[in-house]
Design a protein around this ligand. Sequence first.
Ligand code: DQA
Length: 147
Amino acid sequence: LRILSISGPNLQLLGTREPEIYGTETLADIHDRLAVRARELGCEFSGRQTNHEGEIVTWIGESRGHIDGLLLNPGAYTHTSIAIYDALRATGIPCVEVHLSNPDAREAFRRRSRVAPACLGRVAGFGGESYLLALAGLVTSLKIWSN
Ligand code: DQA
């Protein structure tokens, strides 16, 4: 199984960005941990980050036939992006929504996720560990479906 993780705007700043909310782990640390765990699960892994909404849309569009499952932390685009939602619907890629913080416990504007209706599920609130938990859930679902 080929797993792609896409992280959106400002997540290149992890490690120093509001560490009381997002923790001190960098995105590179998280990608390293995901790669190790993916290998243990018999999967291939790649991790990417961009600040550009259209780039996320392009990467999701290109995923068809190349990627079996997606971990997606759209950052603030979570709350606004119909284009990312449409890309998920257009490709039908199995996707788990990931957040380091728990958006439901923060400002009201973070409570609406535009992408959630196109996702299998969501893991939020566990810092970098959210990505690892999401990987476990995604791979479990993909393995069940492939049997
Ligand atoms: C985030 C939550 C979003 O509300 C916020 O805009 C982010 C990060 C998270 O991982 O907790 O940039 O997606």
